[in-house]
Design a protein around this ligand. Structure first.
Ligand SMILES: *[C@@H]1O[C@H](CO)[C@@H](O)[C@H](O)[C@H]1NC(C)=O
Ligand SMILES: *[C@@H]1O[C@H](CO)[C@@H](O)[C@H](O)[C@H]1NC(C)=O
Ligand SMILES: *[C@@H]1O[C@H](CO)[C@@H](O)[C@H](O)[C@H]1NC(C)=O
Ligand SMILES: *[C@@H]1O[C@H](CO)[C@@H](O)[C@H](O)[C@H]1NC(C)=O
Ligand SMILES: *[C@@H]1O[C@H](CO)[C@@H](O)[C@H](O)[C@H]1NC(C)=O
Ligand SMILES: *[C@@H]1O[C@H](CO)[C@@H](O)[C@H](O)[C@H]1NC(C)=O
Ligand SMILES: *[C@@H]1O[C@H](CO)[C@@H](O)[C@H](O)[C@H]1NC(C)=O
Ligand SMILES: *[C@@H]1O[C@H](CO)[C@@H](O)[C@H](O)[C@H]1NC(C)=O
Ligand SMILES: *[C@@H]1O[C@H](CO)[C@@H](O)[C@H](O)[C@H]1NC(C)=O
Ligand SMILES: *[C@@H]1O[C@H](CO)[C@@H](O)[C@H](O)[C@H]1NC(C)=O
Ligand SMILES: *[C@@H]1O[C@H](CO)[C@@H](O)[C@H](O)[C@H]1NC(C)=O
Ligand SMILES: *[C@@H]1O[C@H](CO)[C@@H](O)[C@H](O)[C@H]1NC(C)=O
Length: 849
């Protein structure tokens, strides 16, 4: 059903034209009926003057009534060919015009079209009125970057102002500073180098130093506390994390204060939002934006955790947990494990970080250690001469219980039904299976506690311990604390993603009915982050002149014509160990890169270098935030803390749980989960401060920035135009063509065929009913003998040729009566016409000269 509000202006015009057309037909049909009624008020016969009959005749014959009642004047086919043609041609062209009148407006529509050529315009800051903008604190103008290096003792950072000798001998690390204070500032020439590459790129691009913490505080805290005074005891700015709003369930690319948040694929674009002057019909433009995007790869361990929801109170009590009969099921992770150790050398990490292989290695090691722990196979632990994988005590779908014979579930806290969790301890799921003894021996003393001992669930013949489990993390991430802070060591986090449980019966239900059986996939994942450049198309179109009107239409990786045009990324090269801090990075220019010790790579993107950073320590958000957000993302499912207050497990949000349940069906979509969590955390953690608008305060202008040469993008503005679908114009076009042909023929016939007005008058007068009547009556011998003398016999009917004026005042006034049978006749067979004033009639022959 078409509703009224669905109609366009064109369609309404068409309907009006159709209605007018119908009325135009109906009224001329109705009026003759009224006329007939008026003509015969009382008697059966109507008596009117001859001229009235002419007018009445014209009125009646020009209506559709002759057609309806099959009158003479409608017997077109019996007429001469010329008349047939004229009649049908007229009918056809009128019908065509009627159709054109209705159809033509249907083609009209409102079009929004580009208004002229794209042009550079002034951009103005646009405010974010959402919770994100409302909650973001203002930028403080005197914020300085601060960099503090050191593990448990402050050591000088590479390229900083501090001068100290650092002695690292058997007894520990010793530092001796030349000055009495530790200078956390970064020298301007170093800042300059790491943003030098931006100058050649678009104005919209952000550098390392255009990224700030969204929330921050001024602190004096030096939790190492054993070095020199930091910055002469003046407060330094450090970042804090207090989430504002979650965008996790928006499947969209969302602009928020300081950022473009890609909640489809994960990633943050840095931009302090500005837009050209507000236009009613919108404007679009394209910008290159610096993005930092997470990259995650997950590998299936081919083991699942299966459990049931307790059915009875007894089951609930014996399990002592929300779940019952928790067990590991071998879905190929044990039986089909490749028995070759996956050896790996870090190669060109920036070119190919080999994330899949790293994650696979973690899965392989975890499965192998689990097998050894459960004595499913043998492992060469270095001391015994045994070879690994000499036996295999498993088969497909074999289950390995994680509950004691009493029914008590061993891993007490780490596995919960209504949530997805990510853990970084690879042996986490075997926690508790080692059993507890009620006898403890310390030295000579033996204490017995008042509870029943539980035997270990698995023999652990190869002594798999936490050092083995922890080694998986280092092997997966490819870095340890004593590696150097350089371009090779990228931010990475590894862990196990326990997918959101789903029903064992394959249904999509998210209801935890008692007795229902659930399965939980386990994937090992590695996540890292890379800086890249995306080409973003914006549209500024809406009712308000604020951020709600800004839309990101598309954001795609920037394409480069050749290798030379790719950005040059630089990473600080030093002999600082990662335990002391991470390196600086940025887009650099070739000349400036030579002034410092930095490694460069020309590529579309840079895997961010660094280590597990801590918040509230230094003010270098671009170096730290990606790692901080990764650590928080890999803490999903644990008890929320002040460090990580948001619960991303789905436990406190059923919609999120459902989303996780769908995404954790296979490893590749599970990677998306971690990317999205990272993006949501990072969006609450940082902002981009670079925008296309003039900075509020000229003081904030950085050294060397040339404001006169602001390179703003070309903006396409839109405007409204009435547009037309030409197909609807076809009837009108034909009507026009026919009208034109008619016009030409008319001119032709007027000039060459004597179709002149005088001829027309003759034809009209000779076909007029009144003239016929008077001519007939004058020609009859009955009456008007007086008249006969005025006209020669041969022209007795010629009275009809008298000019209208003369005829009107003469014969035209004669009255004629029309009865049901036709013209009423007297006894002599002549029409009755009352010769009222007939004596006055004078048919003047002069007029016919
Ligand atoms: C280590 O260096 C410190 C400071 O120079 C010194 O006091 C200490 O004796 C050294 N220890 C050894 C074992 O060399
Ligand atoms: C600390 O104070 C000294 C003089 O007292 C001054 O020379 C130095 O620049 C100050 N350092 C900082 C980081 O403010
Ligand atoms: C701007 O919004 C209006 C109303 O929603 C829409 O008709 C128009 O097409 C939009 N402009 C552009 C360029 O898409
Ligand atoms: C699990 O199975 C998949 C598909 O067969 C395979 O690609 C993957 O390497 C296996 N995982 C392990 C740890 O063997
Ligand atoms: C087992 O792993 C080794 C090394 O990773 C590899 O070369 C080999 O092709 C794998 N075998 C199978 C059957 O996948
Ligand atoms: C481990 O399994 C092997 C083979 O099944 C068996 O010979 C050995 O006794 C088991 N070790 C322990 C400690 O259970
Ligand atoms: C342990 O026992 C030995 C001998 O029985 C005794 O010499 C020693 O002092 C005892 N140590 C402690 C801590 O009781
Ligand atoms: C210690 O555990 C054992 C084995 O379960 C049990 O037999 C014994 O009674 C327990 N001792 C105490 C004091 O509960
Ligand atoms: C290796 O396994 C044996 C038992 O088979 C155990 O005694 C030994 O401590 C283990 N060595 C290491 C380094 O784990
Ligand atoms: C980075 O440091 C490691 C040592 O930790 C070294 O092996 C590697 O070659 C260094 N990479 C570069 C690019 O200097
Ligand atoms: C760069 O580092 C190397 C070795 O670490 C050093 O020899 C060289 O002097 C450094 N160059 C600069 C410009 O700092
Ligand atoms: C963006 O720029 C405006 C105007 O200069 C400023 O008020 C605002 O704080 C900036 N926002 C961010 C996130 O830098």
């Amino acid at each position: 059903m078409i509703k009224l509000q669905d109609l366009t202006v064109g369609q309404v015009s068409g309907i009006i034209a159709a209605a007018v057309f119908v009325v135009q037909i109906l009224v001329p049909i109705a009026l003759p009926v009224i006329l007939l009624g008026l003509l015969r008020p009382r008697s059966a016969a109507a008596t009117q003057t001859a001229v009235s009959w002419s007018v009445i005749g014209r009125f009646l014959h020009s209506s559709l009534w002759p057609l309806f009642v099959h009158a003479d004047s409608a017997a077109t086919f019996s007429a001469c060919k010329t008349a047939i043609f004229a009649v049908f041609f007229k009918g056809f062209i009128l019908a065509l015009i009627a159709i054109a009148a209705i159809v033509t407006p249907l083609g009209l529509y409102d079009g929004i079209i580009a208004d002229g050529n794209p042009a550079a315009t002034v951009f103005n800051y646009i405010k974010d009125t959402s919770p994100m903008g409302y909650g973001t604190p203002p930028r403080i103008l005197d914020t300085t970057w601060s960099r503090l290096c050191g593990d448990f003792l402050l050591v000088p950072c590479p390229n900083d102002y501090n001068n100290a000798t650092v002695i690292n001998n058997n007894t520990g690390i010793y530092t001796d500073y030349e000055a009495d204070w530790y200078d956390s500032r970064i020298p301007p020439n170093v800042v300059d180098v790491f943003q030098s590459g931006i100058a050649d790129l678009e104005q919209s691009m952000s550098s390392f130093f255009d990224i700030q913490y969204r929330t921050y505080m001024r602190t004096l805290i030096d939790d190492k506390g054993n070095g020199p005074v930091i910055d002469n005891a003046t407060a330094r700015t450090v970042g804090t994390y207090q989430p504002l709003s979650s965008m996790l369930l928006n499947d969209d690319v969302i602009p928020i204060e300081g950022l473009i948040v890609d909640m489809k694929n994960g990633g943050l674009g840095f931009r302090n939002h500005s837009a050209p002057t507000w236009r009613k019909y919108g404007s679009t433009w394209v910008e290159d934006i610096t993005f930092i995007v997470p990259e995650t790869v997950c590998v299936d361990t081919n083991l699942t955790l299966d459990f049931m929801i307790p059915r009875t109170q007894t089951e609930y009590l014996t399990a002592d947990s929300e779940i019952f009969r928790l067990e590991i099921t071998d879905r190929g992770g044990f039986v089909n494990l490749n028995t070759t150790y996956p050896a790996y050398q870090l190669g060109d990490v920036q070119g190919n970080p080999n994330l899949w292989y790293r994650a696979y290695r973690a899965a392989w090691l975890r499965n192998a250690y689990t097998m050894a722990y459960m004595n499913v196979t043998s492992l060469n632990n270095g001391t015994t001469g045994d070879r690994s994988f000499t036996y295999l005590d498993s088969e497909l779908n074999k289950t390995f219980p994680l509950y004691f014979p009493s029914g008590e579930v061993a891993p007490r806290y780490s596995i919960q039904p209504q949530s997805l969790s990510v853990v970084t301890r690879f042996g986490d799921y075997l926690d508790g299976t080692e059993g507890v003894s009620n006898v403890s021996t310390i030295g000579n003393e033996t204490t017995t506690f008042d509870f029943e001992s539980t035997l270990p669930l698995y023999p652990n013949p190869f002594d798999i311990s936490f050092t083995d489990w922890d080694s998986i993390d280092t092997l997966c991430r490819g870095q340890g604390p004593s590696d150097l802070a350089n371009i090779t060591h990228i931010i990475a986090k590894c862990g196990v993603l326990n997918g959101a449980p789903r029903r064992n019966d394959g249904s999509a239900s998210i209801l935890f009915d008692p007795g229902s059986s659930w399965t939980m996939p386990m994937y090992t994942c590695i996540s890292t982050a890379k800086a890249t450049i995306r080409t973003v198309k914006f549209q500024f179109n809406g009712t308000a002149n604020d951020l709600s009107s800004l839309k990101v239409i598309s954001s795609v990786e920037k394409t480069y014509p050749d290798d030379e045009s790719k950005p040059l990324w630089g990473v600080e090269k030093s002999d600082m160990e990662l335990r002391n801090g991470g390196p600086l990075w940025g887009i650099v220019s070739e000349e400036k890169a030579k002034t410092l010790n930095i490694s460069t790579v020309r590529s579309e993107s840079l895997y961010l270098p660094g280590r597990d950073a801590t918040i509230k320590w230094q003010n270098l958000p671009a170096a730290d935030f990606a790692s901080i957000a990764l650590q928080m993302a890999y803490d999903t499912g644990s008890v929320p803390t002040t460090q990580n207050p948001v619960d991303y497990s789905g436990k406190s949000n059923l919609a999120m749980f459902k989303k996780w349940q769908e995404l954790s069906r296979d490893p590749s979509t599970s990677a998306q989960i971690l990317n999205l969590i990272w993006t949501d955390i990072a969006a609450n953690l940082v902002v981009g401060t670079k925008g296309l608008h003039e900075p509020e305060n000229a003081k904030r202008k950085r050294d060397g920035e040339d404001t006169s040469a602001r390179r703003t993008p070309s903006v396409t503005s839109y405007t409204r135009r009435v547009k037309y679908h030409y197909a609807y114009g076809i009837p009108a076009f034909f009507a026009l063509a026919l009208a034109f042909a008619t016009l030409l023929s008319t001119i032709y016939f007027m000039i060459f065929s004597g179709a002149k007005p005088s001829t027309m008058r003759t034809f009209l007068q000779h076909t007029s009913a009144g003239r016929f009547l008077t001519a007939q009556s004058s020609g009859s011998a009955l009456s008007h003998t007086t008249h006969s003398s005025y006209a020669p016999p041969s022209q007795q009917d010629g009275y009809s040729n008298a000019p209208t004026k003369i005829w009107l005042s003469g014969a035209g006034k004669h009255e004629f009566a029309l009865g049901p049978e036709g013209w009423m006749k007297n006894a002599q067979g002549a029409e009755v016409h009352t010769a009222k004033g007939g004596a006055n009639v004078s048919y003047a022959p002069v007029a016919r000269s």
